[in-house]
Design a protein around this ligand. Structure first.
Ligand code: UT7
Length: 334
C-alpha cells in the first residue's frame, strides 16, 4: 500500500495588513521589509476567528476536492504553533469536532514551520503500515495572536492562514509519495522560541508584561542556518532518489524570506518558473505556508496530476524537512 497526495485546500483570512500599516506602528519602512524579506502584505485573522476555524475551512475544501465525505477521513493531524488552547484539547480535536467527525484519531504536531512536512510523514507512515486509509493533514496558524506588535524584528514577518491536504491509500506506485526527510537539532532551540507561558516560565503578570509568550527570533543566525540546512537537505533528497532539479515541476519552499528561497533555488539551479512564491502576499504563515502556496498554484491551474513536487521547510526547534512526491489529485477545471 502506498500513500498519495489526493487534494489541497486553503483558507486565507480576509483582512490584509500592508507594510505601510506597520510604518505607523513601529520604526520600519516598506522599503526595508521588501528588500530584506520580499513581504509586501500578509492576511490577519479576525478577532473571533480561531486557528481551528481556519483549519476547518481549509479542510472542507481539501476533503471536497478529494471527492470524499468527512466520514471517510480516519485520522486528522494538525501542525500548528498557535493552537486554540495551550495544552488541551489539541487543535486537531477541535477541528474534528467542528467538522462533525467524532470517534476519529486526531492529534497535533509541534514542529513549527516544518510542521506540514512532519504531518505528511506521519500520514505516509500510518497509511503504508495499513493503519489508516484517508488522513487529513492541516497546517493552520493564527500567528498574529503570538506576535509582539512592538518588536519590529519579528512583527513584520508573520501572517495568518491555513492549508490542508488529504493523503490517501493507493495501490498505484506512480501516485506514491516518493520520499520525506524530517530532522531536528534542539541545541539551536533558543534561536526561535516563545519563552513564556510554558512550564519553564509559567504564565504570570511579569511574563505577560515582558511579552515572553510571543515569538522571539535571532533572525540573522536563523537565516544563515536556514540557507545551509535547506540547501543540503534538498540536494540529499534529490540525490537519494536519483532525481535532478530540472525534473521538478514545482519547488514549493516554506515562505519565510524571499532571500532564503532565492539562495536555495539558485543553489539547485531552479528556474523562476519552477519556484513557487507567495511570501510577498501572505508573509510567513509557519506550518500553513507550504499548503497555502500549493493551493495557490492548484487554483491558478498550474498544478496538474503527475507533476513532481519538491517541498522544503525550516523552523523553530530547530526543525527542517523536505518531501518529494507526485501530485495525485485532479486538476482545477473551474
Ligand atoms: O520561519 C521560520 C524560519 N525563519 C526564518 O528563516 C527567518 C530567518 N531570518 C530572516 O528572514 C532575516 O534574518 C530577517 C528578515 C528576520 C532580518 O533580516 P537581516 O538581513 O538578517 O537583518 P538583521 O537582523 O541583521 O538586522 C539588520 C538591521 C538591524 O539594525 P542595525 O543593528 O544594523 O542598526 C536591525 O535592527 O535591520 C534592523 N531591523 C529593521 N529595520 C527596519 C530589523 N528589523 C527591522 C525592521 N525595519 N522591521
Amino acid at each position: 500500500m502506498y500513500a498519495a497526495l489526493k487534494s489541497i485546500g486553503a483558507y486565507i483570512p480576509e483582512k490584509v495588513m500592508t507594510n505601510k500599516d506597520f510604518e505607523k506602528m513601529v520604526d520600519t519602512s516598506d522599503e526595508w521589509i521588501v528588500k530584506r524579506t520580499g513581504i509586501r502584505e500578509r492576511h490577519i485573522a479576525a478577532e473571533n476567528e480561531m486557528t481551528s476555524d481556519m483549519g476547518v475551512e481549509a479542510a472542507k475544501v481539501a476533503i471536497h476536492r478529494a471527492g470524499l465525505k468527512i466520514n471517510d477521513i480516519d485520522m486528522i493531524v494538525c501542525a500548528t504553533i498557535s493552537p486554540d488552547y495551550l495544552c488541551m484539547p489539541s487543535t486537531a480535536c477541535v477541528i474534528a469536532s467542528k467538522l462533525g467527525r467524532t470517534n476519529v484519531t486526531a492529534f497535533d504536531i509541534s514542529a513549527a514551520c516544518t510542521g506540514f512536512i512532519y504531518a505528511m510523514a506521519v500520514a505516509k507512515a500510518f497509511i503504508e503500515s495499513g493503519m489508516k486509509k484517508n488522513v487529513l493533514i492541516v497546517g493552520a496558524e493564527k500567528l498574529s495572536a503570538i506576535v509582539d506588535y512592538t518588536d519590529r524584528t519579528t512583527c513584520v514577518l508573520f501572517g495568518d492562514g491555513a492549508g490542508a491536504a488529504v493523503i490517501s491509500a493507493t495501490n498505484k506506485k506512480s501516485e506514491a509519495i516518493t520520499d520525506i526527510h524530517i530532522s531536528a537539532d534542539g541545541s539551536y532551540g533558543d534561536l526561535l522560541m516563545t519563552p513564556g507561558c510554558g512550564v519553564k516560565e509559567p504564565c504570570s503578570q511579569k511574563v505577560l508584561e515582558e511579552k515572553r509568550c510571543t515569538m522571539k527570533m535571532k533572525g540573522n543566525e536563523t537565516f544563515k542556518i536556514a540557507v545551509r540546512t535547506l540547501t543540503s537537505d534538498v540536494v540529499n533528497i534529490l540525490n537519494d532518489n536519483e532525481i535532478e532539479a530540472k525534473d521538478i515541476t514545482h519547488f514549493i519552499p516554506h515562505q519565510a524570506n524571499y532571500r532564503i528561497i532565492k539562495a536555495v533555488g539558485d543553489a539547485l539551479k531552479m528556474t523562476p518558473e519552477q519556484v513557487v512564491l507567495t511570501v510577498h502576499k501572505y508573509g510567513n504563515t509557519s506550518s500553513a505556508s507550504i499548503p497555502m502556496a500549493m493551493n495557490d498554484i492548484w487554483e491558478s491551474g498550474k498544478l496538474l496530476p503527475g507533476d513532481t513536487l519538491l517541498l522544503d521547510a525550516f523552523g523553530g526547534g530547530l526543525t527542517w524537512g523536505s518531501a518529494l512526491l507526485p501530485f495525485a489529485g485532479k486538476a482545477n477545471k473551474q
